[in-house]
Design a binder for this molecule. Structure first.
Ligand SMILES: Nc1ncnc2c1ncn2[C@@H]1O[C@H](COP(=O)(O)OP(=O)(O)O)[C@@H](O)[C@H]1O
Ligand SMILES: [Mg+2]
Length: 425
């Protein structure tokens, strides 16, 4: 392996905008290969990830920019649309490119750092990880918008974008991709870790103690902030429940939580992915119907409890099994077995939901009986809200170096794939 030229460290701007459609996160990250240390079999490489490099990943700065209200409304409308104007979607693509470029340029100015490369996730308008019949063929499909040619032209450096299709073309669901970073950052020889992100959707990555890349698995647990945001908007006219204050003043309607948790998504075994398709308008309408004439703050408290309970249930049912032996955690075996995460274990929280104190309290209460210690990604030097942006900086770095960065055990892909497309400045 040593004949390979050592890679220059680069500064990469990772740009993320998630399903919450709250705005844009930019992380400026120094990424490089650690000197002379390609991992050897038996440490963290394996049949699929043989010779994966060790990485240097250093966060230099992070900033967050809200979408202007009109843009947020347009993005949400496009996501939920059964019909949309093609002209508007084309214009939205170019407009988002301008906004992403502005966000990168502003972050560079703020931290007096210039990026050599941009990795931009884009705004997901549609994601269907499973193939379904369409016009006589079975196809899976995904669409992240935000024109990278515009970003490259404005920022003046190459841009890697559109990360998901290559994994799908290789047979994967195109998600989740962040577990690659989770694995690089949080693997531990002795401690089994669950890395839980609470964005619009909540997803977790399981990294058993001493895991190889192929032992990592991941799935969506259900709504993160999506339902909380929707009911807070509907009942209080606010985009989200800041600090979880409204939820803290309400009482949880346990019967509603129980009823919603019986829906198909929660019962399905991993691997599974969710989006607005599962927890958007329809789901919220059903949720509100079940809440009936409850007090407004009780409805928000109940939505918050639903997220906490669905995460804890997923951990209990699909990550920790009380009986049974540790399983080889291959993607396909997860469908028929639960995984034991023995011994000391912790759950590391990230995403905007980590700032909702009521949600965090509820989650802590649910996890304590499972012997899972709640921690924050901030404790590991990675601000909760920056993690996904850092992930796309690291993925872009891998692509720039023509290296695969999907985890087939997490996405279900048949092989590793070099992710994304490159736009040159
Ligand atoms: N201070 C806060 N208090 C409560 N919730 C917050 C706070 N800040 C962010 N959030 C929640 O986090 C969401 C955004 O989280 P984020 O990780 O950016 O999700 P996504 O990846 O889906 O964009 C917001 O919509 C909101 O619900
Ligand atoms: Mg966001």
């Amino acid at each position: 392996m040593s004949q390979r030229a050592s890679r220059q460290a680069m500064i990469v701007a990772g740009v993320m905008s998630g399903t919450s459609a709250d705005g844009i996160n930019v992380a400026l990250v120094r990424v490089g290969d650690a000197q002379g240390s390609r991992e050897r079999s038996g440490t963290a490489s394996d049949s699929r990830g043989r010779g994966r490099p060790r990485h240097i990943i250093k966060l230099l700065g992070h900033a967050e920019y809200s979408y202007p209200a009109k843009v947020r409304a347009a993005v949400l409308a496009a996501m939920n649309a059964t019909r949309a104007s093609v002209a508007d979607l084309a214009r939205l693509n170019f407009l988002l490119g301008e906004l992403y470029a502005d966000a990168v340029l502003a972050t560079q100015r703020q931290f007096r750092v210039r990026a050599d490369l941009v990795g931009c996730h884009g705004q997901t308008l549609y994601h269907q990880g499973e193939a379904q019949g369409f016009l006589g063929r079975n196809v899976a499909a995904t669409w992240q918008t935000g024109e990278s040619a515009v970003i490259a032209a404005r920022v003046g450096v190459p841009v890697v974008s559109d990360f998901r299709p290559a994994d799908m073309a290789a047979g994967g669901k195109g998600a989740p991709l962040v577990p690659y970073l989770d694995y690089l950052l949080f693997r531990n020889a002795k401690i089994g870790r669950i890395v839980q992100n609470i964005g619009g959707i909540a997803n977790l990555t399981v990294i058993p103690a001493g895991a190889h890349a192929s032992d990592v698995f991941a799935f969506d647990t259900g709504p993160g902030n999506m339902v909380i945001d929707a009911v807070t908007d509907a009942l209080f006219g606010r985009a989200f429940d800041r600090g979880g204050k409204i939820a803290a003043s309400g009482k949880v309607l346990e019967s509603v939580v129980g009823a919603m948790l019986r829906s198909k998504f929660f019962r399905a075994k991993p691997p599974k992915t969710a989006g607005r398709e599962e927890f958007g308008r329809e789901f919220v309408r059903e949720f509100l119907r079940r809440c009936g004439r409850a007090r407004k703050q009780d409805v928000v408290a109940t939505a918050t409890a639903l997220t906490a309970r669905s995460i804890a249930d997923a951990v209990r049912r699909f990550v920790i099994s009380k009986s049974g032996s540790p399983t080889k955690n291959s993607f396909r075996e997860i469908a028929s077995a639960t995984i034991q995460l023995p011994g000391p274990r912790s759950l590391i929280l990230s995403g905007g939901g980590a700032r909702n104190a009521t949600l965090v309290r509820m989650l802590g209460e649910q996890l304590a009986p499972l012997g899972v210690k709640l921690r924050f990604s901030d404790e590991f030097g990675l601000p909760s809200e920056a993690k996904e942006a850092v992930a796309f900086a690291v993925l872009a770095y891998e692509t720039w170096n023509r290296r695969p960065s999907n985890l087939p055990s997490a996405t279900g892909a048949k092989r590793g794939a070099v992710l994304g497309k490159i736009s040159y400045a």
